[in-house]
Design a protein around this ligand. Structure first.
Ligand SMILES: Cc1cc2nc3c(=O)[nH]c(=O)nc-3n(C[C@H](O)[C@H](O)[C@H](O)COP(=O)(O)O)c2cc1C
Length: 294
């Protein structure tokens, strides 16, 4: 059951992106969660910034900025540059962030971020608390450490950060790629011989340990089923006389170790029984339980 709250900014997760602005001399960086992609061709992005931010001033002047995608390694810096103003601090120096020249804009990119998108402002939309800088992405800089031999970018190992409702998170495990839900399932490849041998050894070891334990209890294995002789002790459900008719009907297939045991039960309960060999597990209290197939 969901509660309905008043309108809020609760979309999550969001990137706690680092917005770098200014130039290599007058550089600044702030955290922004209100950022995203609007269009893929041309690549249009936005960042919504309060007019009170120093970043707002710099972007308004230069009409350029860089969106840097951070990782957990610089999570503290991400938070710090989001609570301190560039009017009071050189936040690059304060947080140990490295400003690197961008390729298409004057605003620096941040070396510690695996991805940096260089942006040129197209227009500014005023809404209320925040102004939205609509911008075109003119270049994307990607850390080579995450580019594989086929030239594909794999960010799983980068340790990207997410921001959700006031908290920072690291991303979890990769669980599928775009479209995986409708892709034809691949045939499972057979495990290697070495893996099979290892698995067989483990299985046999466990099996013999179980056999040994069970032999000690006076039981034996039959076609992968543990069998415990019922002998003259009645299986627990022989007490089913006390069961309601309805309950008894729910157990239509009663199996017994021997015809005799079944016949005894059938006579008592006035029921027909299926005389298939079966096994019971003896419990500590002397009662019996149907044995699971191993
Ligand atoms: C996780 C996080 C997300 C933030 N998102 C935004 C945002 O989207 N827009 C904004 O104007 N301020 C945002 N802020 C606040 C600014 O980053 C903060 O006011 C910063 O000190 C501004 O720095 P500046 O004055 O140097 O530009 C965010 C802060 C944090 C910690």
């Amino acid at each position: 059951m969901k509660q309905t709250w008043k309108p809020g900014t609760l979309t999550a997760p969001l990137p706690p992106a680092l917005i770098s602005s200014g130039d290599m001399n007058t550089k600044n960086v702030m955290t922004a969660a209100w950022t995203g992609i609007i269009c893929s061709e041309p690549v249009i992005t936005y960042v919504s910034i309060r007019p009170s931010r120093y970043t707002h001033e710099l972007i308004s002047q230069n009409k350029e900025f860089v969106i840097n995608i951070p990782t957990w390694k610089i999570a503290e810096a991400v938070d710090t540059v989001g609570v301190k103003s560039g009017r009071d601090y050189d936040k690059f120096a304060l947080c140990g962030l490295t400003a690197e020249a961008s390729t298409q804009v004057k605003a620096p990119q941040i070396a510690e971020c695996p991805v940096s998108l260089e942006c040129k402002v197209l227009e500014v939309r005023k809404f209320g608390t925040h102004d939205m800088f609509l911008a075109e992405v003119v270049a994307v800089n990607v850390d080579e450490a995450y580019i594989d031999e086929n030239g594909a970018l794999d960010l799983e190992k980068a340790g990207l950060l997410a921001y959700a409702h006031g908290f920072y998170y690291t991303l979890g495990r990769k669980i599928g790629k775009f479209g995986f839900s409708v892709e034809k399932k691949k045939q499972k490849t057979a495990p290697s011989v070495a893996t099979q041998v290892k698995a067989d050894k483990k299985f046999n070891k466990e099996k013999s340990a179980v056999k040994f334990k069970r032999a000690a209890k006076g039981s034996f294995m039959e076609n992968g089923v543990e069998v415990i002789e019922v002998k003259d002790k009645k299986p627990r459900f022989a007490k089913s006389k006390a069961m309601s008719e309805e309950k008894a009907a729910r157990k239509p297939e009663r199996r017994f170790k021997s015809k005799e045991a079944g016949a005894k039960f059938a006579k008592k309960d006035n029921k027909t029984t299926d005389f298939k060999p079966v096994s019971y597990q003896k419990k500590a209290d002397g009662s019996f339980r149907k044995k699971r197939v191993l």
